[in-house]
Design a protein around this ligand. Sequence first.
Ligand SMILES: [Fe+2]
Ligand SMILES: [Fe+2]
Length: 187
Amino acid sequence: MQQLIERLYEDHKHLSRVINCLQKEMYGFSGGPDAPDMSVILDAMDYIRNYPDAFHHPLEDRIYAQMESRISDTELLQMLQRIELQHHQLHALSTRLQNDFHAIANDQAMPVERLLNDFQAYHELIAEHMKCENRYLIPAIEQYLQPEELEAIREELDARPDPMFGGQLLAQYEGLYKYLIESEQAA
Ligand SMILES: [Fe+2]
Ligand SMILES: [Fe+2]
């Protein structure tokens, strides 16, 4: 139990750190003194698409599906349905944002207003989403999941470590990780 709960909280903290990097680089598009570092931005988006979008949120959806029929608290059910809907919205927003950044990296025309709006939309939703999950989804998991279900999820978690923060840093994220640590130390 504790391992699953801690992993979800830790994943949220790690994603927040990556989004902070993106936010810092976004100043370069809105009049900040430094040009945005496109390799940091593209790697951050790649991480978001590769781990939170591809594994963390889908895992939360499967956990919710497992426990949904046991929950009679309608307010809690509404919040969990909202979280599930946010997963679809986040997927659409991060896809769009990644496409925006790829267009810029390939010197295609991209209105800066659109880019700033797309980033803001993703940023606001992911912040709200993680707050909702910490407050409603994770406590519900602690309350409604059976030990054998937790064991099955633990095996899934062991098989899919976070590619940047999970103990073995994937080579493709080495630059991003170094940037992240240095920018946090400088703050
Ligand atoms: Fe989450
Ligand atoms: Fe989520």
